[in-house]
Design a protein around this ligand. Structure first.
Ligand SMILES: [Zn+2]
Length: 480
């Protein structure tokens, strides 16, 4: 890599959306087609003189027609895209791949082996939900057939080493922490005789979480794209959070209630199940059954078994045993009839159920059943977006509407911050120092964060970069 002083100094916003392959950039260009000034919809287009590449192809999340319309758009001339680099299997990073396929893309999708499997499971579930929700007179935006098309394009690459994809393109995926299979994507691009290093940290995880390996530091680069979800916060220490979890669950058990935990099926569900099982095993919480009520979560947990390489080394053996043996206090609920039967459990218990922001999934039935009883508790462990049932619960609404029924909220509602799978300001600083120690950063772009978090990230980055960090706007194209 060239020393920072030799880097080209002129970098400017082109200021118009890139119009497709007909216009060849005179140097490398990046167009931001999602997760610019917001958290969801990650999709960044990288154009060199010879290559047209995408970094992620994620869905915008939220309800409403405007969001649905945004998800119908990918890139102009999708069939001319040479390849996609996929960071991980969360839908806000892979959810527009079926649309890209529909738009004619047939190139390779490079990712880690675990990400290939996670993304397909998540997309299949999204296709099922889309089919259920589609009105009778309108087709679902995509189907399982489109997901099968995407699956056939997946090119899993072993993480931790360089892969030469062509004479002018190499890639290395390194652990990003975050979720099973998530990777930092490093590209070496040869453009007009010049070698450029591009690093994409789509979602960077926390250090020290129990199940997933820590993110790794990578050498410096000419161009950095980095997320900023929690760049303006500092999470409590993991041990503090575990202590808080033990107190909340212990109190509810003591008063004879049940704890409802709405959780996303990948990452948080497995983490919570592991933590609660540990707390019971070490007598920090009385032994009560922990029900994991989410068929999707069980499919994802099976991937922890298949992809031991993506699990923290000291926990690998845990997932090699069957769930009942490895997690003796955890009971898997698969069939709907068994989910309904949980209403009749007449002793304290914990129910971890699908539906992280309480906008759908089985958790709605458990909330409807549990909210009116003051012995019960709701434990929110994820970010709750505005306008969601989870956000209303978090803001102490006296009653909420579930399935056209008004439910008074008598159960206590707790928010456990810091079980997040996202780096905080301290994690970012540590990671930037890694880049700075080995070559520094040329130009940084801050994505995947709301306004204040993205601005804070730009300030955090400033000392490590040759140029002022940029917080790009949606649709903007930058020369790099
Ligand atoms: Zn993610």
């Amino acid at each position: 890599m060239r020393p920072p002083s030799a880097r080209r100094r002129r970098r400017a916003a082109v200021g118009h959306a890139f119009a497709g392959r007909a216009v060849r950039p005179i140097s490398m260009q990046i167009t931001f087609r999602g997760a610019a000034g917001e958290v969801t919809g990650s999709l960044h287009e990288l154009n060199t003189r010879r290559l047209r590449l995408l970094l992620d192809c994620g869905a915008f999340q939220g309800s409403g027609v405007a969001v649905a319309l945004k998800n119908r758009e990918t890139v102009p001339d999708a069939e001319s895209v040479d390849g996609v680099f996929l960071s991980h299997g969360h839908l806000d990073h892979c959810g527009r791949l079926p649309q890209l396929y529909r738009d004619g893309f047939r190139g390779p999708i490079f990712c880690t082996p675990a990400t290939a499997d996670v993304a397909v499971v998540m997309l299949e579930d999204a296709a099922r939900i889309a089919a259920e929700r589609a009105p009778d007179d309108a087709p679902a935006p995509f189907t399982r057939a489109d997901v099968a098309g995407v699956e056939a394009l997946m090119e899993p690459l072993e993480p931790g080493r360089w892969h030469r994809l062509s004479s002018d393109l190499s890639v290395r995926f390194s652990p990003a922490g975050h979720i099973l299979g998530a990777a930092i994507c490093e590209l070496k691009v040869r453009d007009a005789g010049e070698d450029r290093r591009v690093v994409y940290a789509a979602d960077l995880g926390r250090r020290g979480l129990p199940l997933i390996p820590d993110p790794v530091q990578v050498p410096g680069c000419d161009v950095l794209l980095v997320e900023s979800t929690y760049a303006d916060s500092v999470h409590p220490a993991v041990e503090e959070i575990i202590e808080e979890l033990a107190t909340i669950v212990g109190d509810v058990i003591a008063r004879g209630g049940r704890v409802i935990v709405p959780a996303f099926s990948i990452g948080r569900t497995q983490l919570l199940a592991w933590l609660l099982n540990e707390l019971i095993a070490t007598d920090r919480v009385p032994a009560v059954p922990i029900f994991v009520d989410s068929p999707l979560a069980h499919r994802i947990t099976a991937l922890y078994r298949r992809h031991a390489e993506a699990v923290r080394a000291e926990r690998r053996s845990l997932f090699q045993r069957n769930t009942e043996e490895a997690f003796p206090n955890v009971q898997c609920v698969r069939r709907r009839i068994d989910s309904i039967a949980l209403n009749d459990v007449d002793r304290p218990c914990v129910i971890i159920a699908g539906g992280g922001m309480c906008e759908g999934g089985r958790v709605l039935y458990h909330l409807r059943h549990a909210l009116e009883d003051e012995r019960n508790a709701v434990l929110l462990v994820s970010y709750q977006a505005p306008e969601t049932l989870g956000r209303r619960l978090a803001s102490a609404a006296p009653s909420v509407r579930i399935f056209d029924r008004n439910c008074p909220v008598r159960a206590t509602v707790h928010q456990l911050h810091g079980l997040s799978a996202h780096a905080d300001a301290l994690d970012f600083k540590w990671w930037f120092e890694g880049l700075a120690d080995e070559g520094g950063i040329g130009q940084a772009f801050v994505v995947h964060g709301e306004g204040p978090a993205a601005d804070t990230q730009a300030q955090l980055l400033q000392p490590y970069c040759d140029e002022d960090p940029v917080v790009p706007q949606h649709g903007e194209t930058w020369e790099v």
